[in-house]
Design a protein around this ligand. Sequence first.
Ligand code: FES
Length: 669
Amino acid sequence: MSATTELPSPAASRHALPDPGEVVPAISWPIVGIFSGAIALFAFSTWAALADRLPAPLTIVLSATAIFVLFTVLHDAAHYSVSTRRWVNVAFGRVAMFFVSPLISFKSFAFIHIEHHRNTNDDANDPDHFVSGAPMWQLPLRFPLMDVPYLSFLVRNVRRRPRAEVAETVFLMVASVAVIATSAFTGHLWALAVIYLIPERVAMFVLAWWFDWLPHHDLEDTQQENRYRATRNRVGSEWFLTPLLLSQNYHLVHHLHPSIPFHRYVATWRRNEEAYLERDAAIGTVFGQQLDADEYREWKRLNGRLTPLLPVRMPKRSSARAAVFHTVPVADVDRLTDDSVLIRFDVPADLRDEFSFEPGQHVTVRTDLGGVGVRRNYSICSSATSGELAIAVKHLPGGAFSTFAMEQLRAGDTLDLMTPTGSFGTPLDPLTTKNYVAVAAGSGITPALSILRTTLAVETESRFALVYGNRDAESTMFRAELDELEARYADRLRIIHVHSRDPHHPASLRGRVDRPKLERWLDSDLPADSVDEWFLCGPVEMVTDLRDLLLARGTEPEHVHVELFHGYQLPRATDDFAPASLTIGLRGRQHDVSLAAGDTVLESALKAGLEAPYACLGGACGTCKAKVLLGSVAMEQNFALSSAAVEDGYVLTCQSHPTTDEVRLDYDA
Ligand code: FES
């Protein structure tokens, strides 16, 4: 069994966007194919024009066709759909961009295009609304000038973009003007116009018409209001239109699942068709007739067949009664930044249920380093629906395990790994629509990343904002993955990077993630009453400061979830508490233990030789959680249990001192 359960619930299929059943391929061969064909076609038309083998109109048609096709490569690269490898997408995107519009860098194009996805049909914020919202009589003028609103959008948002990207775009503009001026000066302007300038405008005309106007015009909803009705599919004559439009007749599928390669749109729609219809998806026919769901079913009755719906995948907690160690092989160790690594585990099939987890949970790693037992707790960073178990380790100066992980740990080594514990995340529901915000600093990203990935996969209507603080871009863990996720979930995920030591970062996002910044966001982009759940993960000062602010602004404590990464205190030695008799339930057995004055419950359990679970010893991780069944204890500190859990009788045994002569606790409860 895997870390997921399947929920083929008809109720779920009514509301949540179904799993498209598609993954980004290691390499999309159809995209490689059209890329190679388009480059060859452009080379041929250029040669033919220079050798005077073709009349100018035919050269223009061939070159425009090549540029039109290359736009699809660029478009899929901007959504990281060409390959699972980021650099492959960037490489294809940069080359294709050069043909489509040498005025804008690939990164700038990707930024502007993601804003189109985020704000489709929003007059003020959708750069493509220049075309899709234009009056009919202006369309012939606006279609070939589609890159003008892109440039002006970039100028308006230039402060949000990295300087290197802006510099690249400026360089490309200057170089383009220089090439045109040189051609004019040397008498080659007409040749340049036939080979490139006119075909590029012709391709722009067709792209604006087919990619923007056809899917979006005359739809009143914006992406934020109703993602199923901000874009339409155009049905009928697929045998002809799908290859001609390179699948953009099913553009709605692209806006719902931006990471699917273009050649899978139609298959995705057909696989989930009834589920989309239940959400009132916007549909038009080839001839412009708009169809509601019933009209479409009727239209389709003569020539279509419905296929089964796919199930919704759900995360599942560990099946272990109480946390327990198992020896687990390391699948691979990958460098994330100069001072952090990603460790993936190869969980044996018979342990998969015990190592299934919910987003936000963590595992404790135990190993022997030079004769010294070392035990560390790390949050799981993989999605809880992926079937993968991975942690990220950031190097701490002098840190025994982090140094070992950075320098010596290799694929095939084994580690003692405790089954997942903790409750930082919130329960997910495919039928719900919520707004989540995570604020993380440094390695605090790890649980936030698992929560973010899982939530966006399970709750297909929910939105997520991540505020992530780091020194600079280079020290940002999972930087490429976050870019990719933002492109994939363009209309539902927003990431705000804050850099403390990057003089080129936008001024408003420079410094630490702190109270004044959160106050600003609460007053503008992230009003507290619009957020359902907050996740704060990082150093204790940041987390407590931000939590206090959120509570002061009226957020209920049970909606502010905290996870501490550094700064918590170990329990202090104290004489304030008397000896007591303990009865401890652990893995189905009862143990009588004497507790010496001042000891914590966990200390006495360990002194008695019990394998009681623990990790941080600072009240931060929740691994040592147990339920008090008789008597009472006092906790020194608690950063891991919610007030509801405490009311239910749960305590952190690493922080607990008995306040009655007799106490009965159960780790299995
Ligand atoms: S061991 Fe981490 S909270 Fe007790």
